[in-house]
Design a binder for this molecule. Structure first.
Ligand code: OGA
Ligand code: NI
Length: 364
């Protein structure tokens, strides 16, 4: 199959069932109201959360992109990056060179879109059987528990898979903002993946080839306030399918938590930083050296929260599997599978912790 056909097939992946709009639901709730049971998540309360400060020196690593590019400082920063990928699977990225204006514009259009009346947002709702547009994802049954969030989801790269017709036109700058933002974030990610490849013993040029027509998906999350924050989840525990995800915190409301030592570790984003995380595909490519960490998002009682996740994968005709160099001496721990089948399996799986990655493991 030509790669453009692969791309189109990928963009027509398994759909998701429609669900109620959470922003609209949240706006009708007063403190004494009860949340519909489909949103009540007993596990949200029962699993231990690290109270900020209790973890001592355990702080999420900070990587300085500027230092990575500086010939004098690059080696030391690159080693730090390598350790962050092995020990945390998450890091914050500062001095990332994405122009401030591009970020501010993307944040602005995000907030403006979600401020629109429901019927205007619904003009961009997911068409039946599709995942792109305004709605929610990974819903396969009427009984399934639901996340306290509404999302926008788009395939932004390769260019030919874009369905521009589904991108909002209100605010009028939305499409341009997403176009520019997606381009900048992709450039940055490709560069970071080059450093990661080198650290793993994979030729950076080979990584660059793998990313030439690399996939990028954008998930714009809106977490409405919830009067019973402890009973709901904004985003179920999951790991990302990507090589690398860059998350932008749009306003200063925290909510991201990562699984660390069997507890939930809240991430406090640094102003202007991206939160980067390793996805399942890079854990597989690195044959387990780099870790795709389970994470989730909680909501806030008073404030709405927004975040933008940019997921990056390889060319749509690539194979996902342990890199041949890395299994010359070590046993391969994961299956190899073509990227299209890999993504189909991912989208057909519920957001259930790391269950998808578990199915990619050999001898399990
Ligand atoms: C995601 C994600 C976390 C957040 O969209 O995959 O993990 O804080 N988002 O919104
Ligand atoms: Ni995620």
């Amino acid at each position: 199959m030509a790669s453009s056909d692969n791309g189109k097939a990928l963009a027509r992946l398994i759909g998701t069932l429609p669900v109620d709009n959470v922003q609209a639901l949240a706006s009708t709730l007063s403190d004494s109201d009860h949340i519909p049971t489909r949103y009540i998540r007993p596990e949200a309360e029962s699993e231990p959360i690290i109270i900020p400060g209790d973890a001592g020196d355990d702080v999420i690593p900070v990587i300085d992109f500027h230092k990575l590019l500086d010939p004098e400082l690059s080696d030391a920063e690159s080693s730090k990056l390598d350790l962050a990928c092995q020990n945390w699977g998450f890091f914050q990225l500062i001095n990332h060179h994405v122009p401030e204006e591009v970020i501010q514009t993307m944040m602005f259009v995000t907030e403006e879109f979600f401020k629109l009346p429901l019927d205007e947002k619904m003009l961009f709702k997911q068409p039946p059987g599709q995942v792109e547009g305004y709605g929610q994802m990974f819903i396969f049954s009427e009984e399934q528990k639901l996340d306290w969030a509404d999302i926008l989801f788009f395939y932004t790269f390769p260019l030919h898979v874009r369905k521009i017709g589904l991108w909002p036109t209100n605010p009028s700058t939305f499409r341009d903002a997403l176009d520019e933002y997606s381009m900048e974030v992709k450039k940055l990610t490709n560069c970071l993946l080059g450093f990661m490849a080198k650290n793993l013993g994979i030729a950076p040029a080979e990584m660059a080839t793998m990313l030439e027509n690399g996939a990028q998906r954008m998930r714009i999350n809106c977490y409405p306030p919830c009067p019973e924050v402890k009973k709901v989840l904004g985003l179920s525990p999951h790991s990302d399918a990507s090589f690398l995800t860059l998350l932008l915190q749009v306003n200063d409301v925290p909510g991201l938590q990562i699984r660390r030592n069997d507890k939930w570790f809240p991430v406090k984003p640094l102003p202007g930083a991206f939160v980067a995380n390793i996805g399942d595909a890079l854990e597989i490519l690195s044959n387990g050296k780099y870790k795709s960490i389970e994470h989730r998002a909680v909501t806030n009682a008073e404030k709405e929260r927004f975040s933008i996740a940019a997921f990056h994968g390889p060319n749509t005709d690539a194979t996902i599997g342990p890199h041949p160099e890395l299994v010359l001496r070590d046993e391969p721990l994961y299956k190899s599978i073509d990227y299209e089948s890999y993504m189909k399996l991912y989208f057909a799986s519920k957001y259930e912790r790391k269950s998808f990655l578990g199915r990619m493991k050999l001898n399990k």
